[in-house]
Design a protein. Structure first.
Length: 753
């Protein structure tokens, strides 16, 4: 199946008039053009028309797609509307676009402008435009109509600012290059089209939309306790009178109802988006993760009382929206018939802590949801967050003061760090133990091998089957990060090129599932078994009835003096001395480490040991999550352990397969801290590692990087035995001395034919 997100990305490029299509093969000639920031005046208009004629005379490009994308705009600015439409049609006729639902309306704003400008006679322009619009819109298929508004997103102000910005950067001594002249002319064409047509066309588009859909984006309901919850909904008027509802419940401000929602509504569903208390139109206090166990049910109560509801509700969405689905089933509503969680946050499992280790990202996330609850907030300044993390790291500041270091005390941050154990604070907000026994509705879970919330998704999956032997729970997992697991699949994922088969259509599969559960249609053909996983490196999916069937052997490898070996070695140890005061290795960037690279990032190797296996004599599949047991002696009471599993190919490429981060004092029980005894041998079980499936080729080696976590990304565990969030550099005086015993091992689940 082709990726729906790939279509969305292409459409966005068309709509936003992307400037990435310019050729690098422009001539070096310059054109006279006197800069004038008043682009609305007649002088500028006349001058740019002259420049455009010169550009039309000289412009060439060997790339046909790039040429057509530029030349049709230049002809429209020149007033040769017939040629402009000709070259626009050349774009539409590209074979790559043949199956796009919106192929007919690519460049629609330019086409309508050109056609209406071509109409002869004294009729007012607005009337000419109206007739052209109605003629074109009435000829479009229903599915195509819903994309129309996406081609009219640009505003006059935005385009004017872009034109002025090009003028400032590109005009030197009243001269402009051909490349910059093309950029300027195409931008000005867009500005001209939007300025002249948006006031006319936008009311027409809204009318067309209202004929097709019922859209309400300002609904506020009151809970039984008087709290406000903000809703948006969309219903296709061509649907049956009563249909099922798909509910998304999240914490991010209300979204613009666009073609994706319209497409799903046209499948015979009412789509409802709800937001947490204190977000969008709700004037309550913000409370992340606090009340979804009750508020989702309040929304479902409202849904089933509506005239268009058939009484059946399904839930969809990823990340926080995935968490909210699991929060909802803690107190199951009888109208909730299925959930489809993607990349589900496991609150207390993988966010804001992973295996009881808090991460610094939590403060960034909390600031974002706090500031973006009512208005747009730009969170793209990664240097700000890099600087904050480095400041905490170099100063050795207590983790509990990270919010103050950011400039203000955050009540949620302070509340969270007071609960380093997986206690009732966390378990009250998600299903816990026997809660899963009551989850008797079908579930379809999506996650990825590199999804930051994979362990949350597997918490729900594993606990569901543990406490409900009859669970009807399907799993789809592949080489995806957090966004890919929600449908935004990347063909190149941090250096690794995924197999074409992995590029599935997340949305289509989800709605095939909803049709299956809510409308009684056939089960999606893709779901061959309860576990569906893409084997990296094979370009194929495999299925199994359960997790236990995806591997048939555990490869037990001992960690013995830089070697991974299958034979248990004679008892020995490797001694490490680690100074927690060494803080020169600050973050140089805020990107995640590459999945595939020709070397392991040096930052990963700090305070770590590297163990390497012999080359494999036969190919194998690694399918599942590795486990292990570490034997250590330390001079402190605690450590945070980091393990990364790599494949080292015969070509010298390192491919990250799986990883583990965990606090030793919680390794045996995440709900109760058990400190290590200084000077005595301690065993640290390794569980809850990242699941992966990949074919390991003959000649490859397996690499384990093992050590104490001292990364700036997470809180620093100094080993005093105090609450780690309270520890500071003052607790780092005595270096950590650790003996790693070589009868420590990892067990890797494999499928060997």
């Amino acid at each position: 199946m082709g990726s729906c997100m790939a279509k969305e990305l292409f459409l966005t490029k068309i709509v936003l008039l992307s400037l990435v299509l310019f050729s690098m093969s422009f001539h070096s000639q310059q054109y006279y053009f006197k800069s004038n920031p008043n682009i609305e005046g007649s002088f500028f208009y006349n001058e740019i028309k002259k420049l455009n004629k010169e550009v039309l005379r000289d412009y060439k490009d060997k790339d046909k797609a790039i040429f057509n994308d530029n030349i049709f705009r230049l002809h429209i600015l020149d007033g040769d509307y017939q040629k402009g439409i000709y070259y626009l049609n050349e774009i539409k006729n590209n074979p790559d676009y043949a199956n796009l639902d919106y192929r007919e309306i690519i460049g629609f704003s330019f086409e309508l402008y050109a056609l209406s400008k071509s109409v002869p006679g004294p009729t007012p322009y607005n009337e000419k435009y109206r007739k052209v619009f109605e003629q074109k819109i009435n000829a479009l298929p229903e599915k195509t109509k819903m994309y129309v508004s996406s081609f009219f997103r640009s505003t006059e102000k935005d385009l004017k600012d872009k034109v002025v910005n090009v003028l400032k950067k590109s005009i030197k001594n009243d001269s402009i290059s051909l490349a910059d002249a093309v950029k300027l002319c195409r931008l000005y064409t867009s500005y001209l089209v939007v300025k002249e047509t948006n006031p006319v066309v936008l009311p027409f588009i809204k009318k067309t939309e209202q004929q097709q859909f019922e859209i309400k984006d300002s609904i506020v309901i009151k809970s039984n306790k008087g709290n406000e919850i903000s809703l948006q909904m969309i219903r296709y008027k061509g649907s049956e009178a009563k249909v099922p509802t798909i509910l998304n419940f999240g914490i991010y401000r209300g979204r613009k109802i666009d073609y994706a929602e319209k497409l799903n509504a046209m499948k015979g569903y009412v789509i409802v988006y709800a937001t947490s208390r204190g977000v969008y139109l709700s004037k309550d206090n913000l409370a992340p993760f606090e009340f979804e166990t009750e508020d989702v049910n309040e929304v479902i109560d409202w849904i089933i009382k509506q005239s268009w509801s058939d009484g059946k509700v399904g839930m969809a969405g990823g990340s926080y929206n995935g968490f909210s689905q699991w929060a909802a089933v803690k107190n199951m509503h009888p109208a909730l018939k299925t959930i489809v969680p993607s990349a589900s946050v496991g609150f207390g499992i993988d966010f804001p802590m992973e295996n009881n280790v808090f991460n610094t990202y939590m403060i960034r996330w909390l600031e974002y949801v706090s500031r973006s609850r009512y208005v747009d907030y730009d969170d793209s300044d990664t240097l700000k967050w890099q600087s904050l993390v480095n400041k905490m790291y170099t100063n050795g500041t207590a983790f509990k003061d990270l919010d103050s270091l950011n400039g203000n005390m955050n009540v949620f941050f302070q509340k969270w760090v007071q609960h380093p154990s997986f206690d009732t604070f966390w378990t009250s907000k998600i299903p816990y133990k026997r809660d899963f026994a009551k989850v008797n509705i079908p579930v379809l879970t999506f996650t990825g091998y590199y999804d930051d919330d994979q362990r949350g998704a597997f918490y729900y999956y594993n606990e569901h089957y543990k406490y409900n032997k009859n669970a009807d729970h399907y799993l789809v997992i592949g080489p995806y990060d957090h966004y890919g697991a929600q449908g935004s699949i990347k063909n190149n994922l941090r250096g690794y090129t995924i197999d074409p088969a992995a590029n599935i259509d997340h949305n289509t599969l989800s709605y095939e599932w909803f049709d299956y559960i809510l409308k009684g249609k056939k089960k999606p053909e893709f779901l061959k078994g309860k576990v569906n996983y893409q084997v990296m490196g094979t370009n194929q999916w495999k299925s199994a009835a359960n997790i236990d069937e995806i591997s048939n052997k555990k490869l037990k490898l001992y960690l013995s003096r830089s070697k991974l070996q299958e034979v248990k070695p004679a008892l020995d140890n490797t001694l490490q001395t680690i100074s927690f005061t060494n803080r020169k290795d600050t973050l140089q960037n805020f990107d995640r480490y590459k999945i595939m690279d020709m070397a392991i990032d040096p930052a990963v190797l700090k305070d770590k040991l590297v163990f390497e296996s012999d080359a494999l004599q036969d190919p194998v599949e690694i399918n599942g999550s590795f486990t292990g047991n570490l034997k250590v002696t330390i001079n402190k009471k605690d450590i945070d352990v980091k393990i990364i599993l790599y494949e080292l190919t015969s070509k010298g490429e390192y491919i990250q397969l799986s990883s583990y981060l965990g606090r030793a004092s919680y390794a045996k029980n995440k709900e109760k801290r058990q400190l290590l005894v200084p000077g005595k041998i301690s065993e640290i079980p390794v569980n809850n590692t990242y699941f992966v499936s990949k074919k390991i080729e003959k000649g490859s080696k397996l690499i384990i990087v093992l050590g104490v976590n001292t990364s700036p990304f997470e809180q620093m565990n100094y080993g005093t035995g105090k609450d780690v969030s309270l520890e500071t550099m003052a607790d780092a005086k005595e270096p950590l001395e650790i003996k790693w015993y070589n009868d420590s091992y990892v067990e890797i689940p494999i499928l060997r034919q």
